[in-house]
Design a protein around this ligand. Structure first.
Ligand SMILES: [Zn+2]
Ligand SMILES: [Zn+2]
Length: 123
């Protein structure tokens, strides 16, 4: 399996091989601010993700950092410091992903201006 994606301006491209795990939408305050609404992602092992270009990494907490394009600002990656995996933005994938959303996460932090009504598991 291979998924390819890019930022808005094309300076950062990536390819994820292997089976994407944890297909989710995050409603946490950090993802809300960084994306402007929600952030949808899946993750693969670090060795299964190839990144072309130089994302800028923002250290968002003691345990994780967030990668974005320094030119256009697209929020593409989330990386835990210790888990050996990198999450990539599903919204940045070229064409159909073939994936199905598995869960909404951090829904306790979600904005009050929308409801989650798709029947997918909420955490
Ligand atoms: Zn860009
Ligand atoms: Zn989040």
């Amino acid at each position: 399996m291979s998924l390819k994606g890019s930022c808005l301006c094309g300076a950062i491209r990536f390819e994820a091989t292997g089976e994407p795990q944890g297909v989710s939408v995050c409603h946490c305050g950090q993802c809300r601010r960084m994306s402007g609404h929600l952030w949808s992602s899946a993750y693969v092992k670090d060795a299964e993700l190839t990144i072309q270009g130089e994302p800028q990494w923002y250290v968002s907490s003691e345990t994780a950092k967030r990668g974005f394009c320094p030119t256009c600002g697209s929020f593409l990656f989330w990386k835990h410091n210790a888990e050996g995996t990198t999450s990539f933005a599903l919204g940045a994938i070229d064409g159909p992903t073939g994936l199905t959303l598995q869960k909404h996460i951090f829904t306790a932090d979600k904005g009050d201006y929308y409801d989650i009504a798709d029947g997918v598991e909420q955490r």
